[in-house]
Design a protein around this ligand. Structure first.
Ligand SMILES: C[S@@+](CC[C@H](N)C(=O)[O-])C[C@H]1O[C@@H](n2cnc3c(N)ncnc32)[C@H](O)[C@@H]1O
Length: 210
């Protein structure tokens, strides 16, 4: 059955289970399910992003792009309870799990939204600018989709804000970094561990609106 995890509505029968997200500053149980990304354990790339990526700012609108069942959104929400976390995904089951996981973790500051691949920020008010973006992006969705969703999200970074991405080297982290540079985004490799790259991506000052 061709039921990839990023289909809008997984056809796979539900098989819920609980996984643990364990970080130095927080431990939280998260419900996952069949048909969502990395449902058997928190993805090692995601964990690395949360371990070695930037801590979120205390306030502002933060984006978890491709939230899955919500490990990044929930960690951001717990670390910055006064920030508002927008968690978006095309997968309905994932969005539903993310909302429930946030609630179970006592987070009232997560807005989980199902979006379409054509309009990844659907439902987020136009005037929202992100004080930071965190993402383990959907590389396997293909370059066209990936590039489109990154550019539309990065365009909504607040002046001086940064996007934090984790991408595996074998899935094209280095060519993605060059592509982002070519699109006018300053892209730095923050860390490189076990094949994963953590990329920090910012708009160049000259390209920010005055
Ligand atoms: C690599 S997974 C990461 C999931 C979750 N953040 C985690 O760390 O476990 C990427 C996610 O992006 C979602 N996705 C795929 N295409 C998308 C799109 N066009 N817009 C938003 N999310 C998308 C997938 O459904 C998947 O949940």
């Amino acid at each position: 059955v061709d039921d990839h995890y990023f289909s809008p509505s997984p056809a796979t029968a539900s098989r819920p289970q609980t996984v643990s997200l364990t970080l130095p500053d927080l431990t939280v149980g998260l419900t996952t399910d069949a048909g969502v990304f990395s449902g058997d354990a928190v993805d090692p790339g995601t964990r690395l992003l949360l371990l070695e990526g930037a801590m979120p700012p205390a306030y502002g609108d933060l984006l978890d792009l491709g939230c899955g069942y919500g490990p990044i959104a929930v960690a951001l929400a717990r670390r910055s309870p006064a920030a508002r976390i927008w968690a978006v995904d095309v997968n309905e089951r994932a969005v539903d799990l993310c909302a429930r996981n946030a609630e179970a973790a006592g987070c009232t500051n997560v807005r989980a939204l199902q979006v379409s691949a054509d309009d990844v920020l659907a439902g987020i008010p136009d005037d929202v600018r992100f004080a930071g973006i965190w993402s383990n992006p959907p590389i396997r969705a293909g370059k066209d989709v990936l590039h489109r969703l990154l550019v539309s999200s990065l365009a909504r970074l607040a002046p001086g804000a940064t996007a934090h991405l984790v991408v595996h080297r074998h899935l094209g982290a280095d060519s993605l970094a060059s592509w982002l540079e070519g699109q006018g985004f300053a892209t730095k490799r923050r860390a490189s561990r076990r094949g994963y790259r953590l990329l920090d991506v910012a708009r160049r000052a000259s390209e920010e609106p005055t």
